[in-house]
Write a protein that binds this ligand. Sequence first.
Ligand SMILES: Nc1nc2c(ncn2[C@@H]2O[C@H](COP(=O)(O)OP(=O)(O)OP(=O)(O)O)[C@@H](O)[C@H]2O)c(=O)[nH]1
Ligand SMILES: [Mg+2]
Length: 431
Amino acid sequence: MKRAVLLSIDEDLDEIRALLQTLEVVVDTVIVQKRENAHRKTYLGPGKVEEVRQDTELLDTDYIVVNGDLKPSQHHALEMLFQKECIDRVGVILRIFANNAHTKEAKNQVILATLRYELPFLREWIHKAKKGERPGFLSGGAYATEVYYEHARSQIKRIERDLDIHSKQREVRRALRRRRGYFLVSLAGYTNVGKSALLNALSGSRTTVDNRLFSTLSTTTRRLNESKRNILLTDTVGFISKLPPNLVNAFNSTLEEIFLADLILVVIDVSEPFDMVREKLRITLNILIPRLCGNKMLIVGNKIDKIPPASYRELQQSIKAIHPNSDVFLVSATDHIGLVELISAIEVSEGRSCTLVATLPMTDSALSLISALHDSTDIEETKTNNDVKLVLRCRMDEVQKLTGRIEAIGGVVVTTNEAPPGDGTARENGP
Ligand SMILES: Nc1nc2c(ncn2[C@@H]2O[C@H](COP(=O)(O)OP(=O)(O)OP(=O)(O)O)[C@@H](O)[C@H]2O)c(=O)[nH]1
Ligand SMILES: [Mg+2]
């Protein structure tokens, strides 16, 4: 077990503690200096840092961990001062990812994110060494650092090429699945909310479920049990607040499995205090919504076995109020509560995965077509003086026929969002 001193300017330490526990690092001492912003040079104020440095009890610790993002100059200054390895929050997350990456693609993604993250730090070491300041104790001198820097750059290029191939393979696999009539559902949400447990409960599989953060990194696709329809569920990497952009970019091919599904189950852990539920849902939606392309979402409140049934109704309403566009289902993946209703909702979504927007002239034939469409599809209409705007939700195989019927009476199809662009993969275990 490695040991660390934790430095923070924020009093909320729950998440960094959970991250360090996942990494099996024991926190010996916590130094919190409440400040609006980190100190420009030493993160905590220089006086405080000096005080910590002189504390002889800290001599045996392995790491200085900073609960925030370090600039390269701050990182360099702290390593020089403490003569110990210094890791910031992103560094901790990257190490957890490195430990949990088991497939070639996941390993490559983690290496890519780590290299991109390290480059600015390396540049700082080289810069300082060239200025005559002693390179840090971690490096083998300026020359070695420079060689490593160049090596890192060429490795990044190679991995980017490899990941691009993976991304294309995933796209082909998704397309194939859609052509075979599969409806693609993904599980998205904050880390540790129970996505993998839900995959297991809905598909009868046995993917890893663990009370540690980021236990799932690569994707697992399984068929939905208890349904006659062709529905595939994909479980993949979870989210966290301030998800490092390097990590998001490096994991793009995996994250596309979430973004490009027909339906996304946004999983939240409703056994947590409601403020936290709201915050984690907000973070998840902020990551998802800008990347959606017409796909539907359902919000799934998991772990209801841990809360009294009397509170279900109010809880459901409070969650619905956060994102009124999505239906909310309360379930327990481990105790198999609420799954029948969730499966029914997935099946309902399966029927209509495409959105078609059209404008029709206000004529008798258009009005009779609209009446007919009301009988067979999910349709919203907005009338203006001269025309009618229609938003139709339909199955993908209906798009062409509907377009023909609309054009035949002088209407124009403005957009069709057929199976969201691309289609794709799954790993290893899907059908
Ligand atoms: N009480 C209870 N615990 C649950 C439920 N679902 C999951 N858990 C527990 O929550 C923890 C996390 O579950 P996972 O399924 O691994 O969560 P995840 O969202 O896949 O997490 P990552 O892959 O790490 O992002 C485990 O300890 C599960 O046993 C549930 O319905 N009720
Ligand atoms: Mg998981």
